[in-house]
Write a protein that binds this ligand. Structure first.
Ligand code: CAA
Length: 241
């Protein structure tokens, strides 16, 4: 039986590339998404990957959504916590709403999504949890106090949970993408990308979603059982740690 993989934010951007790559690697894949029905419909039509809508910042919605996926496809073996948002702004202008939205969607979602699959993974003595953090969680980014805090929190979540999962055959790892050519990055003022971002990327370009997806496939493999608690940077050399 093919292993079952669930990718949050899996119908667009990096998540869509991850879902497609996992399917190509032989997994049965479910893609969660939060809001864009049109994109999800197009994604499913194009890839044959089932899309499931719920809000990862809502614990009860995650419990119900995961139950639906598991009823349809079987227990989740591989969870990719990819869903994320930005609400950028200088801290002196940042609102409580901008703070809460990013912390809830980018950090609390890791609890909301991982807790409901964790006991099953422990019982079956196998699991892969892969969290998509960010270069900006590693180095901090002006205009992103909320996002950098959440993404740095993701790294702490991974390092602690990896220790708990180790004896149960569950690995927990994070990937820190740099600036990838997705809608999220394209939303930045092009002048800022040119002047403030590209000059700091030694490879001289934005990354492609597929360049993150291949790292997920690597960490998801059955043969990756000795890699846990790690942080894999894929940022074109922008930040080395
Ligand atoms: N690095 C260095 N300097 C930067 C900068 C950056 N990334 N972004 C902005 N600045 C500078 C600006 O050039 C400007 O300097 P000057 O006054 O000398 O021109 C100063 O900071 C203030 O910037 P703005 O005039 O743009 O201020 P604003 O209040 O209008 O906008 C902002 C603030 C919304 C944060 C805007 O600057 C912005 O969008 N910055 C980019 C933030 C960013 O990198 N976000 C990443 C989103 S993608 C992502 O998050 C994916 C991932 O994981 C990597």
């Amino acid at each position: 039986m093919a292993r079952v993989a669930l990718v949050t934010g899996g119908t667009r951007g990096i998540g869509a590339a991850i879902a497609i790559a996992l399917k190509a690697a032989g997994y049965t894949v479910a893609a969660n998404y939060g809001g864009n029905d049109e994109a999800a419909k197009a994604f499913t039509a194009e890839t044959g990957i089932a899309a499931y809508k719920w809000d990862v910042s809502n614990y009860d919605a995650c419990v119900a959504g995961i139950a639906g996926v598991e009823a349809a496809l079987g227990p989740v073996d591989v969870l990719v916590n990819n869903a994320g948002i930005t609400r950028d702004g200088m801290f002196h202008k940042m609102t409580k709403e901008q703070w809460d939205a990013v912390i809830n969607t980018n950090l609390s979602s890791l609890f909301n999504m991982t807790r409901p699959v964790w006991e099953g993974m422990r019982a079956r003595k196998f699991g892969r949890v892969i969290c998509i953090s960010s270069v900006n969680g590693q180095k901090g980014q002006m205009g992103q106090v909320n996002y950098s805090a959440a993404k740095a929190g993701d790294l702490g979540f991974v390092k602690a949970l990896a220790q708990e999962g180790a004896r149960a055959g569950i690995t927990v790892n994070s990937i820190c993408p740099g600036y990838i050519a997705t809608d999220m990055v394209k939303a930045i003022d092009p002048a800022i990308i040119e002047k403030n971002i590209l000059p700091h990327i030694p490879v001289g370009r934005l990354g492609e979603p597929e360049e993150i997806a291949r790292a997920v496939v690597f960490l998801a493999a059955d043969g990756a059982g000795f890699i846990t608690g790690s942080t894999l940077s894929a940022n074109g050399g922008q930040y080395m740690i």
